[in-house]
Unconditional design. Structure first.
Length: 83
């Protein structure tokens, strides 16, 4: 297994019929979450390319749908009863 001095290393591995991602990260970085973000971003890019989309790259989401739902509706649930 390769080691690096960088806090985060993302490798893209060509598997012939597809590719895989490998993340090496220091303990304070969630490597699985980094892979999930990268997978979501790549799926968005592939989808946009398949549809010949004019969407700018900045318009693509990197946050997986379940996490986005939690962020927007779970953690952002700040409604209070007003007398």
């Amino acid at each position: 297994e390769e080691r690096t001095n960088y806090p985060l290393t993302l490798s893209v591995n060509d598997e012939g019929a597809g590719f895989s991602l490998t993340v090496q990260a220091i303990s304070s970085i969630d490597a699985q979450q980094v892979c999930a973000y990268m997978q979501t971003a790549l799926e968005g890019v592939v989808s946009a390319l398949e549809q010949s989309s004019e969407m700018p790259l900045a318009g693509l989401s990197v946050v997986p749908a379940a996490e986005r739902e939690q962020l927007v509706f779970g953690l952002n649930a700040t409604a209070l009863d007003y007398p």
